[in-house]
Design a binder for this molecule. Structure first.
Ligand SMILES: Nc1ncnc2c1ncn2[C@@H]1O[C@H](COP(=O)(O)OP(=O)(O)O)[C@@H](O)[C@H]1O
Ligand SMILES: [Mg+2]
Length: 332
């Protein structure tokens, strides 16, 4: 059955920056190239793919009588901690089946602290942490975490607010950084134990049961043993970072990572696709950092590498994501 599939996204072009805006404000939005690549890849499914644009365009179109059998959604949303939840909630209001996780999972995973609490409840490993709304909550006497620690915004992505200064080795550094973060990002600071070692990002596909795809390993300046180095914002578009897929790891670690990632995906209620970030310490123990239910599925990110490791094309991998979602909705 050929379906009419609407493609919803937030394009960088739709949101021009204004004077005084932080240049990273729309870092998560997709470029025209990415949107075109994804549209072209989805077209190879044989379905009719229609570019809808952002959630406001979707609302305008359906209110004007337009109908879609299904929505392929990668909207990041504009602001606030419910930004990624908005599009899925709207599709439900309009009773339109859509791809990817629902509003609750989007909210839970966007708030890294909430995601970590869910993981702890399930006995899954994530670095020890606290979240604070003001520096007054921090006192050296009550502070129980082991240094070094990292201070992150709890509601951002794409390494926003993450630089060398995020890594703190003592209480004075921590307090200074937390103060800066609270003031700059106006949201709780997530303070967590820093995992010295290796880093991986792991795509998961499908439902009942979901499947872990080839593990992607992060190298910085050509090294996979990262020590206390990490993915800062300055590195997002730099050549410092490169990815290895399949990862250079033994079977035992691979199985440990697969189990943690799969259990996290299920615990957070993800659907169809996600990418989970992991750090591994020198005892070969993997720790969950965060889950991205809206991973970048364009060609500039890790998906082409993952497809290659699976022995399929990038287009085929995107069609697998679409298929998994259509099956879940009994549309395939
Ligand atoms: N607890 C940690 N230990 C070691 N590195 C970390 C830790 N938390 C974050 N990082 C580093 O910071 C990067 C960004 O953090 P992450 O939690 O994935 O947020 P984002 O949503 O910005 O990707 C990670 O890719 C990793 O390199
Ligand atoms: Mg991340």
């Amino acid at each position: 059955m050929k379906l009419k599939i609407g493609f919803t996204y937030d394009a960088k072009n739709d949101y021009p920056l204004h004077p005084g805006d932080n240049p990273d404000k729309y870092a998560e939005f997709d470029s025209e190239d990415t949107i075109r690549e994804i549209t072209d890849a989805l077209k190879t499914s044989g379905h009719q793919i229609v570019r809808v644009g952002n959630i406001r365009s979707f609302i305008k179109q359906v209110n004007a009588g337009e109908k879609y059998d299904f929505i392929f959604n990668i909207c990041e949303g504009i602001k606030g901690r419910n930004r990624e939840s908005q599009a899925p909630a709207v599709f439900e209001v309009y009773d339109t089946p859509y791809s990817g996780s629902d509003a609750l999972t989007m909210g839970l995973t966007l708030d890294k602290t909430m995601a970590k609490r869910i993981l702890q409840y399930h006995g899954l490993k994530t670095p020890n942490f606290i979240a604070v709304k003001s520096v007054e909550e921090l006192s050296p006497k009550k502070f129980k975490l082991r240094f070094p620690i990292i201070v992150k915004p709890s509601l951002e992505g794409t390494s926003k607010g993450i630089s060398r200064e995020s890594l703190c080795r003592n209480f004075t550094q921590l307090k200074k950084r937390a103060e800066w973060l609270l003031e700059t990002y106006k949201q709780p600071a997530l303070i967590e134990e820093f995992i010295i070692g290796y880093e991986f990002t792991v795509p998961v596909l499908g439902n009942d049961p979901p499947k872990v795809l080839p593990i992607v390993q992060t190298a910085i300046s050509g090294k996979t043993d990262l020590g206390d180095d990490f993915y800062t914002q300055a590195r997002v578009d730099s050549t410092d970072i490169n990815y290895l897929c399949p990862a250079e790891i033994d079977k035992e670690l691979e199985e440990k990572i697969n189990t943690l990632v799969l259990e996290s995906y299920k615990a957070l209620g993800c659907h169809d696709v996600s990418r989970i970030d992991i750090r591994v310490d020198y005892n070969n123990e993997p720790y969950f950092l965060e889950c991205n239910p809206l991973p970048n599925i364009g060609r500039i990110d890790v998906f082409p590498l993952v497809a290659k490791a699976m022995g399929i094309t990038y287009e085929q991998l995107l069609c697998l994501v679409l298929d998994a979602s259509l099956k879940r909705h009994k549309l395939a």
